[in-house]
Design a protein around this ligand. Sequence first.
Ligand code: SF4
Length: 283
Amino acid sequence: MVSKLSTNDHSSDVVGLKYIYPVLSRRAGGLSIGINFNTNNACNWRCLYCQVNNLTLGAAPELDFALLERELRYFLNDVLFGNFYDRFDVDADKRIIKDIAIAGDGEPTTLKQFAEAVELIGKIATEMGVFPSSDYVLITNGSLIHQPKVQQGLQALNRYGGQVWFKLDSATEEGRRLFNNASLSCEASVENLLVSSRLCNTKLQTCLFDLDKQGLSEKEKDAYLALLGKIKSRCSVRKVMLYTVARQSKQPEASRITPMPADVLQGLAEAVRALDYDVSVSI
Ligand code: SF4
């Protein structure tokens, strides 16, 4: 046994691979196979709760496609036919590949060859019998979905039955600047969300965290609900995932951040359900 994988262990080097990292996922209830394109820890946002070490502003580096292919084939072989689960002492009820998730140490859609990479992963996982029974997920801040190469990637994701988890932490311009350091306006983000939902099955993911013990302001809550109400007739997005911070932020603001209280999350979830969305809450 090397070590027990935990739901908190997102380290890309836990299995000694460059692009692949396994996570026993709280949300998924099994093994989530993460694919990290951002091996340089670069993102185009800087969310205050971000857990990426040495996060830098920028884009994913050139991808070594041959290495990604070797690593993915090797790792899937180890999980499907090798002793991966025994080595990492994975509980019997978690010995299932729930998903392959493109979600790394930065924004994955900043990768120049994003569409080709989505296609390659889909092809290998299909060949090896992982898809379609396991999910194919892209976790994104959605900021680059106006770009043709990202849209091609979403089309490829859709061909493999995948889904986009689109980050929307705030529906106010101030909130987006404060929480995410995002320059993209709320309106542009909504446009990207609409495009995403046209190209691929899309869910919203919203991280709520308590900054300076201020809780969730009425202004933020109202704007969020108003936005969800407004987009309902314009797109097919019907699922919303609300969650809070589970691990310490690696950003300078870490000491100002605590998990959002459960009753606040549940209260917002109720209000979103009243708008006819399917809401999950992860505390
Ligand atoms: S979008 Fe994701 S990777 Fe980028 S700063 Fe925010 S939490 Fe970190």
